[in-house]
Design a protein around this ligand. Structure first.
Ligand code: ZN
Length: 288
């Protein structure tokens, strides 16, 4: 009898303690919401949980912010792979591209070198520049180079409206068409920047946005050796290389002009062939 009673008590005690533990755990696991706010007397566990969830939130939102401002272009590139182009297929072909043309100070010397080496390149023309220098624009086209649209007066696209962007593209396109009879299918945004709405419109209209995967950084006015190094240390199959053949007041592209023959010879010796961007990515120079 005594043993029976003892067992019963033990059973009762263990059930009770189990129940108690469960209740305690439940209380700890889900503190009432006001407990978090009036946390002065609460347990440190709750405080630290609250802290960590706060900092997680902060971290998440700062990651989102970082992501948004930092990877916009690569996100766009991933989202619109056929429209936003950074390079061509990985074969032995590469494309030299020249921005901010025409510019009578530098473009003729660049054209002379390309002509001497029989290298076709791609020139991204500014509408205002083409209007100011139609003969130099015609020379670029006449010598077999491809032509792309580099906006009318070089604004940062992400700072202008969709309507302003459309006007920049269409005005330039008309000037280029009136000068050389080409309606460029390729757009190179100044500074390589473009918004998603602008990209969407460009896609609907059948344009391609052409950036680059090798940057000579020649706009900085650096010397021959630096231009050479910036290009040759990053170039590979299918590369689209960014140079300038024009610039603003005080620009100096002597480094580009001096480095270009060496770059062409070096890359030819490595087995590369130079093609225009439309050839590289197998698209038409002219809008359909
Ligand atoms: Zn530019």
């Amino acid at each position: 009898m005594f043993r029976m009673a003892f067992l019963k008590t033990l059973l009762f005690l263990s059930i009770f303690s189990l129940l108690f533990t469960t209740i305690t755990l439940e209380v700890q696991a889900s503190p009432p919401s006001n407990m978090v706010k009036t946390e002065y007397n609460s347990e440190s566990v709750i405080q630290s949980q609250d802290k960590s969830s706060k900092s997680n939130l902060q971290q998440n939102s700062s990651n989102k912010l970082k992501k948004k401002s930092k990877t916009t272009l690569s996100e766009l590139h991933q989202k619109y792979p056929g429209t936003m182009v950074l390079k061509g297929p990985k074969n032995q072909r590469i494309a030299l591209t020249f921005d901010d043309v025409p510019d009578p100070r530098f473009t003729p010397a660049i054209l002379d070198i390309l002509s001497k080496y029989h290298v076709p390149a791609t020139f991204f023309i500014g509408g205002k520049r083409a209007k100011d220098y139609p003969e130099l624009t015609r020379r670029i086209h006449r010598e077999g180079h491809a032509i792309g649209n580099h906006s009318y007066d070089h604004p940062l696209f992400t700072k202008i409206t969709l309507a302003q962007f459309q006007s920049q593209i269409l005005t330039t396109e008309q000037i280029i068409y009136d000068t050389v009879g080409v309606r460029p299918s390729l757009i190179r945004p100044p500074y390589g920047e473009i918004s998603e709405a602008q990209l969407k419109w460009a896609k609907q209209q059948g344009y391609k946005i052409v950036n680059w995967n090798v940057d000579s950084l020649d706009w900085k006015g650096i010397g021959k050796e630096e231009v050479k190094k910036n290009v040759l240390s990053h170039v590979g199959p299918g590369s689209i290389i960014l140079f300038h053949a024009g610039g603003g007041i005080g620009s100096d592209l002597t480094g580009t002009i001096q480095a270009l023959p060496v770059i062409i010879e070096t890359l030819r010796n490595k087995g590369y062939t130079f093609v225009t961007v439309p050839m590289l990515i197998q698209t038409s120079e002219t809008k359909k």
